[in-house]
Unconditional design. Structure first.
Ligand SMILES: [Zn+2]
Length: 277
């Protein structure tokens, strides 16, 4: 019974994360345009104050305020067959994917830890990283206000480990040196790698957003967590590139891919392999 409640809780949180993944980029897009070369990446987003500032959820297309029955996670999407009830505009499946992923992480976290401090912490961290990578997926930006708090709290965790004040169970790192290595060495290695790549290929390797994201992952989940996230993430990105090339005939080289979602899925797979250990 509890597990069903946990799944429903995950769906509700996922629904909120989905709405944030729409609102955050449309609130900050002007600033991001000034700071990053988004035009080059073909990000065509506009500010949308009417939807962003509305306390109730609205259809981004016809601005209709959604009824309660249109806001039930997953269920409403299936009921409405993926379209707005007002204007029949297609609703992005990304919201359902975010809802289902959040529900899955809630259930797996519960199976791993029950209801405990570790469970709450893991669920919060994975939710913030999911939100960051879903924004990266849509706009090629990993917002600092999502990645930096993960890294900063990770530093605090590393210090507390050093002082022997706390000790969380795996997948959390349980040694200060391991946490430090994951949070510092991996990002520094990537910065050097990226710099060499840029010199040779004359284009950006890892984005700084990816590096900040990985630093947070490293501080919390140690060297293994950060390495697994990169290795599994890279394999998934490669598989994706092959599928793009052969199934959809899209170019692979010279195209920018957001890497955050792959790092996130890589981390997720690593975190939950602890269930079968
Ligand atoms: Zn509509």
């Amino acid at each position: 019974m509890t597990i069903i409640l946990v799944a429903i809780f995950g769906l509700v949180v996922g629904s909120y994360l989905g709405s944030l993944s729409y609102r955050i980029p449309r609130k900050h897009i002007k600033k991001w345009y000034e700071e990053e070369n988004l035009e080059e990446l073909n990000v065509s987003l506009e500010e949308d104050p009417e939807v962003v500032n509305s306390p109730r959820s609205k259809c981004p297309n016809c601005k209709k305020t959604l009824n309660w029955w249109e806001l039930i996670p997953v269920f409403s999407y299936v009921l409405l067959r993926g379209r707005c009830s007002g204007c029949r505009q297609e609703i992005s499946p990304s919201y359902v994917i975010i809802e289902l992923t959040t529900a899955l992480t809630a259930v797996l976290t519960y199976v791993l830890f029950g209801i405990s401090v570790e469970a709450v912490l893991l669920f919060v961290l994975l939710s913030v990283l999911l939100l960051a990578s879903s924004i990266d997926f849509k706009c090629y930006i990993l917002p600092d206000f999502l990645t930096l708090p993960v890294a900063a709290t990770g530093v605090v965790y590393c210090v507390l480990l050093y002082l022997n004040t706390v000790l969380l169970k795996p997948p959390f790192s349980n040694h200060a040196l391991d946490s430090f290595s994951g949070g510092i060495i991996i990002p520094v290695f990537l910065i050097v790698f990226s710099w060499i790549f840029e010199k040779i290929r004359q284009k950006e390797g890892f984005g700084f957003g990816d590096i900040k994201l990985l630093s947070g992952i490293g501080f919390w989940f140690g060297l293994n967590g950060a390495c697994a996230s990169i290795v599994i993430g890279s394999i998934l990105a490669l598989i994706n590139a092959v599928i793009m090339k052969f199934a959809k005939n899209k170019p692979v080289f010279g195209v920018y891919y957001p890497f955050g979602p792959f790092l996130y899925v890589g981390l997720l797979i690593w975190v939950f392999h602890f269930l079968i250990r």
